[in-house]
Design a protein around this ligand. Structure first.
Ligand code: PEP
Length: 253
């Protein structure tokens, strides 16, 4: 049965450190001719963004991460201005791989969120608990803390309209171990409640990320608080990515 969520699903492809120019052009062609009723967001490695801009596919694209300051001595970082110059409209902030591998703290994630929002990019804030945090019963407290850290530094004047939040349990990312629909719904509902208590009725899309594939997408997509997916490994194969999108459309109206 289709669930009416009042907005189109958003399906994002995070290529992480995968892909090259040939794969990129094949992928953009395949996804560019995909059926409508869904919004696509493509997050390739930063060096491929100028090529995406040249190909000008009919979907949005963005960065996988962003420098926490406008410019400066931050070797290896990509600034908001650089992303905008490549035609990007979005950027991930707080992906667990950045939190873990690059020591992104809540404060650093909040700074990235603010710098992106001030520049006019839509920050896709990723939150999620580790397995130890889940097993000790702290899942909701952890994601609430991660979201609260950002909301505390993003007062009303910042362009939060059209905000996107991704619940990505660390234990499900790249592990093949997907969270159950019940767990996802419970966490999304908690995040939406927290959002609403701070931001009122401002629009929010809540994505789930963590080993999403064509064969588990439909059961997750029909949860009332799931507005789309952030897809990692499975997004590299255009047919698999499109099958995930199709499964999401079939369950929403
Ligand atoms: C991700 O990197 O955001 C992700 C969800 O990865 P995967 O789908 O591979 O678990």
């Amino acid at each position: 049965m289709a669930v009416n969520k009042g907005q189109r699903p958003l399906i994002a492809a995070n290529w992480k450190a995968h892909g090259d120019r040939h794969e990129l052009s094949r992928w953009c062609e395949a996804v560019g001719t995909a059926p409508g009723n869904v919004d696509y967001l493509f997050l390739p490695p930063a060096v491929l963004l100028p090529m995406v801009q040249q190909l000008a596919p009919p979907f949005a694209w963005g960065g996988q991460d962003i420098c926490p300051v406008e410019q400066g001595s931050h070797t290896g970082e990509v600034t908001a201005a650089m992303l905008l110059e490549c035609g990007a409209s979005h950027t991930l902030v707080g992906h667990s791989e950045c939190r873990n591998l690059r020591a992104d703290t809540d404060d650093r994630v909040a700074a990235k969120y603010a710098v992106a929002a001030r520049a006019g990019l839509v920050p896709v804030l990723c939150v999620g608990e580790t397995l130890a945090e889940r097993e000790s019963g702290h899942s909701e407290a952890v994601v609430s803390r991660q979201l609260a850290a950002v909301l505390a530094t993003a007062p009303p004047p910042l362009p939060l309209v059209g905000a996107v939040l991704a619940y990505e349990p660390v234990w499900a990312i790249g592990t093949g171990c997907v969270a159950s629909p019940a767990v996802v719904q419970q966490m999304h509902a908690a995040l939406r409640r927290l959002w609403q208590s701070e931001r009122g009725g401002e629009s929010l899309r809540l994505l789930y990320g963590g080993s999403v594939k064509a064969d588990n997408a439909a059961a997750l997509a029909c949860q009332p608080d799931v507005d789309g997916f952030l897809v990692g490994r499975a997004s590299l194969v255009a047919t698999e990515f499109l099958a995930i999108a199709k499964a999401s459309i079939a369950t929403t109206s």
